[in-house]
Design a protein around this ligand. Structure first.
Ligand code: CAA
Length: 294
């Protein structure tokens, strides 16, 4: 499948967005979709409590934007009205773009899309925000895998300029074209990447994060690795970045790369242990890091 730029003329017009998952990533891009696409966005999750938590977080982000003077009261009201939550996937029946950001497990994502495909129209684009699972494998059981595309955001979604649009061997031109136009409308620069472990960005990041964890596991103290990597000029040290993406997600990214390329990537038992604990750094009430949590 050639990875050339598809013609924007092929792109479908998006009039309603469905988001499966109401967690950290999903809530952030729900906000981006209402702000930039200016269409209704419905989010769903496995229970009402999760849906409510996601919707509340989006609503308070809108309030914060207004409090900071980034949007006026009219805009704030308009955005609030475009956001809704549901536990009933049937509410996605008239969506033309559905994106998922649920737990990074192949079967979970397959089940999500099987349920979505039962209610949406044949022309609805399906997008996955997976960070390192195979998009082809996610779509393997779909009736229409040609309308599935990877659409990989980075955290924090509002700030990071890139989206990786992941093209499988069966993704059709219309889907790819729609994904590129959606990314552009969201104000992101998009690159079309192959469906390979970690795509491009996480492949490179996994190397950095894996080597940093490996240095710790082979005897160099955390604080030494942290200080030694800070002068690289990256906006965060590898450990700060791991906290930002979430330790569970980080551990999963390393596992996926180790499984795909065992001779080139480390998995990290220490990171799995830290993930149970939930954090690496001690933080003050404002979230500023305070040395190491040992
Ligand atoms: N949501 C929305 N906006 C945020 C934000 C968030 N969570 N965090 C920071 N911002 C905004 C701030 O509001 C601020 O915007 P303004 O200038 O308009 O006020 C701007 O970002 C800068 O923030 P700060 O001054 O507070 O802090 P900073 O300059 O230290 O930047 C950072 C913070 C943007 C997170 C920066 O440290 C950074 O770019 N870090 C690297 C992030 C990165 O590499 N992400 C990719 C992770 S990999 C991934 O996500 C993929 C995966 O699959 C695992």
């Amino acid at each position: 499948h050639p990875a050339g730029a598809p013609s924007a003329d092929l792109a479908k017009k998006i009039t309603k967005v469905g988001i499966v998952g109401a967690g950290l990533m999903a809530s952030q891009f729900a906000l981006l979709f209402v702000r930039k696409l200016k269409v209704p966005v419905v989010i769903t999750d496995i229970d009402q409590a999760r849906v409510d938590k996601g919707v509340t977080s989006i609503r308070s982000s809108i309030d914060e934007l207004q409090a900071k003077g980034r949007i006026n009261a009219d805009e704030s009201n308009r955005l609030q009205a475009l956001i809704s939550g549901t536990t009933d996937i049937a509410d996605f029946s008239d969506a033309d773009w559905v994106i998922e950001a649920v737990f990074e497990e192949l079967q979970v994502k397959r089940d999500v899309f099987a349920n979505v495909e039962r209610v949406v129209s044949e022309s609805c684009v399906l997008a996955t925000n997976t960070s390192s699972l195979s998009v082809t494998a996610i779509g393997a059981d779909l009736a229409h895998p040609e309308r599935l595309v990877g659409f990989h955001f980075f955290n924090p979604v509002a700030v990071m300029p890139l989206v990786e649009v992941v093209n499988t061997d069966v993704t059709d031109e219309e889907t790819l074209s729609t994904a590129m136009v959606v990314a552009k409308t969201l104000g992101k620069s998009a690159v079309i990447t192959r469906d390979a472990p970690g795509f491009v960005v996480n492949r490179v990041l996994a190397k950095l994060l894996g080597e940093a964890m490996h240095a710790v596991e082979t005897g160099t103290p955390f604080e030494v690795v942290d200080r030694a990597t800070a002068p690289f000029g990256l906006p965060m040290t590898p450990f700060e970045l791991l906290e930002l993406v979430g330790l569970t997600v980080g551990a999963h990214v390393l596992d996926t790369h180790h499984a795909a390329f065992p001779d080139r990537f480390f998995e990290s038992e220490a990171l799995h242990r830290l993930a149970e604990h939930g954090r690496i750094f001690d933080r003050d009430s404002k979230g500023k890091r305070r040395g190491f949590d040992k």
